[in-house]
Design a protein around this ligand. Structure first.
Ligand code: GRF
Length: 231
């Protein structure tokens, strides 16, 4: 099998050039596959996917006020809200979200600032097809306040990690990472803004590759293969 380590130097460099590119069959890597995006907030990462030509078939949120929903509507994408408060427990929320997403027959699911932990009911339905972006260099600073925690720790370099989702939080195999230096005078907002620029660059590439079936895993390692299923 022709395989290349996804997170290797070559790919980190190539990633900056290949968003919206074509694969060896001349087919667009990003725009021919069906992608569902889950988002809880502003949705700048969703916007990066849309701008890169990723075919987003549904934007779903746990929050009716998420601006990501408006971004989806403006782009003509179906939107949906699944509120935890409308479900008796987490399993039932996970199932409802799973069924909603599965009904769209996605090639990939992207967590783009989705601030809920998804349980096994959801994760097992889309094995190695869920991509998350996290604003730190994992495994450092997991959790909901990664940028704040990195600043409080006094790190001089942080960054982002785009990874596959498994059943642990901020944990699955790494696809891409980018380092972002901490500058004197940075606060949470300014550092997060620069980290997001890197997320916006890497996330569409990662989602395009996963949706195209080009990513394989071997334990914690993710590999890129030239083989595309069904060809
Ligand atoms: C991103 O930095 C992502 O890593 C984190 O939440 C942020 C979402 O930003 N989980 P946006 O809503 O895409 O602008």
């Amino acid at each position: 099998m022709n395989r290349t380590e996804v997170a290797g130097i070559g790919w980190a460099v190539a990633a900056s050039d290949c968003a919206g590119g074509t694969d060896e069959a001349g087919e667009s890597v990003a725009d021919s596959k069906r992608v569902v995006v889950l988002a809880s907030g502003n949705g700048s990462n969703l916007q990066a996917l849309l701008d890169a030509g990723v075919e987003v078939v549904l934007v779903a949120s746990d929050r009716p006020d998420a601006y990501a929903l408006e971004r989806g509507r403006l782009a003509g994408v179906d939107t949906a809200v699944v509120r935890p408060a409308d479900h008796p427990d987490r399993r039932s929320f996970d199932r409802a979200l799973r069924d909603l997403v599965a009904a769209t027959r996605p090639d990939a699911v992207c967590l783009a600032g989705f601030m809920r932990v998804l349980g096994p009911e959801f994760v097992r339905a889309f094995p190695d097809r869920i991509v998350n972006t996290h604003p730190s260099l994992l495994p450092a600073f997991r959790g909901a306040h990664a940028v704040r925690d990195a600043l409080a720790y006094g790190v001089r370099v942080s960054g982002c990690t785009v990874h596959l989702v498994d059943e642990e939080v901020d944990h699955g195999p790494v696809l891409f990472q980018a380092a972002v230096p901490v500058e004197d005078g940075d606060d949470e907002a300014s550092l997060h803004e620069r980290i997001k620029r890197e997320e916006h660059r890497l996330l569409p590439v990662a989602v395009g590759l996963v949706a195209s079936g080009r990513v394989r895993t071997d334990g914690r390692r993710a590999w890129l293969t030239a083989e595309v299923p069904g060809r």
